[in-house]
Ligand binder design. Structure first.
Ligand SMILES: NC(=O)c1ccc[n+]([C@@H]2O[C@H](COP(=O)([O-])OP(=O)(O)OC[C@H]3O[C@@H](n4cnc5c(N)ncnc54)[C@H](O)[C@@H]3O)[C@@H](O)[C@H]2O)c1
Length: 401
């Protein structure tokens, strides 16, 4: 704990803001959380949580019970302000930083000389400077305030551990801001806290996710080439990775989630003439999902021609990656919905989700019994060992065994 800092105000109490608030409150800071959703505020003030994240409930309960964590709809005076609101994109993949700018306006009346303002939301290059501009336009003397960007790299499911153990990048709008914010993170982060400037820190977060996206796109492109060439892509990658300097990632049904499938567009949108490879990576990964749909539809048509009836198709897995319940931007879910909307007869298995409005969920056992075509879309551990042991047509898009 930094003795000069007593109060922290965190704007946005979702997957990033709430764990950060709870961790800081458990480190002795007085934390005031702000959210626009009344139910979020009320839930937290009861010592409860509105999101699923291991151990977060214990941190929140302790902090609320000992008075170190309170939530409300309004910002308050503090020595440190942290913005952790969503940064989605508008139509046409244009980054939407409206929530960030709104949060900056919200805190402006409370920001005083010597205070720290940190942006943690994944943001396009230049957003931290815009936050400083909003503060300045709303009466804050920005020369006396420390403003910096510090991106989040946590993995859902391990947030409480990774918030402490991961290395962090801090980039201020000037050197004093960088140094002051680095010192603050060092009070609760055990990983390295690396100093840079705001624009590099913003680009660093976008680069990390674009790197993953482009490398998955390489694997996905290979998978489509191999399919045409009659080569098993997983065997091929396994063999190629024996080269000491080759490490190809695994192909799948596309790329999903709210980070890797979204953040590269922040670079493409701002640097359209230069970001050719990053854009191509996004397009290849999105195309892989369409390709899977076509593959399933063609198999269904062949079945119908041979059997004079429409097949039942089982979509095995709907989450955006193995062994989680998160359906955001999930290619598997998009595939299932596309097949369903094309009047195909589908049933779905998603062991981590209990109910969906538009799709029928069944157990693995029922799916195997009822389906004519089994499509493995997500490599959930519970599907291991099924392939080649069921006497049905199998389409494997994720190397399920
Ligand atoms: N979730 C992750 O794993 C993860 C990882 C790295 C980075 N990020 C980034 O962190 C940021 C936050 O993501 P998240 O997953 O916590 O989002 P989230 O949707 O879970 O939470 C955001 C919260 O902010 C609130 N909010 C929106 N506008 C507000 C405003 N003007 N004032 C106050 N509250 C407001 C929302 O009601 C919501 O509760 C995003 O930029 C995201 O890309 C997320």
């Amino acid at each position: 704990m930094n003795k000069e800092i007593e109060k922290i105000c965190i704007v946005g109490l979702g997957y990033i803001g709430l764990p950060t608030a709870a961790l800081l409150a458990n480190n002795g800071y007085k934390v005031h959380g702000v959210d626009v959703k009344e139910n979020v505020v009320n839930t937290i003030n009861k010592g409860e949580i509105h999101i699923v994240e291991p151990d977060l409930d214990k941190y929140v309960k302790t902090a609320v019970n000992n008075g170190n964590l309170k939530a409300s709809l309004q910002a308050q005076e503090a020595e440190v302000f942290i913005i952790a609101v969503p940064t989605p994109f508008h139509a046409g993949f244009k980054p939407n930083i409206d929530y960030v700018l709104d949060a900056a306006k919200k805190i402006a009346p409370f920001v005083k000389e010597g205070n720290i303002v940190i942006l943690e939301s994944t943001s396009p290059v230049g957003t931290t400077e815009k936050v400083a501009e909003v503060l300045s336009n709303n009466g804050v003397n920005i020369n006396n305030v420390y403003v910096a960007y510090c991106p989040e790299r946590v993995l859902p499911g391990k947030i409480m551990k990774e918030l402490v153990e991961n290395d962090r990048i801090v980039g201020g709008i000037n050197t004093q801001s960088t140094n002051t914010v680095v010192s603050f993170y060092k009070t609760f982060v055990k990983g390295e806290v690396l100093a840079t400037n705001a624009r590099t820190a913003e680009m660093c977060k976008l680069t990390e996710n674009s790197y993953r996206d482009v490398n998955i796109a390489f694997a996905n492109e290979l998978s489509m080439i191999c399919d045409r060439a009659g080569i098993n892509v997983w065997e091929l990658i396994e063999l190629a990775n024996h080269h000491p300097r080759v490490k190809i990632l695994q192909p799948g049904a596309g790329v999903g989630g709210h980070c890797i499938a979204v953040d590269p567009w922040f670079i493409v949108s701002d640097f359209p003439t230069d970001a050719k490879l990053i854009k191509a990576g996004r397009e290849v990964n999105d195309f892989k999902t369409e390709w899977v749909v076509e593959k399933i539809k063609n198999t269904a048509l062949q079945f119908e021609l041979s059997n004079k009836r429409k097949p039942v198709i089982a979509c095995m897995g709907l989450a955006f990656k193995p062994d989680i319940d998160d359906l955001r931007e999930s290619p598997a879910l998009e595939i299932a919905r596309n097949l369903h909307n094309s009047q195909l007869n589908i049933i779905c298995v998603e062991p981590n989700v209990h109910q969906l409005k538009d799709l029928t969920l069944v157990t693995t056992k029922d799916a195997i019994e009822q389906a004519d075509i089994i499509c493995f879309l997500v490599k959930h551990s519970s599907f291991k060992g099924l392939k080649n042991n069921i006497n049905k047509i199998e389409l494997d898009f994720c190397d399920v065994n």
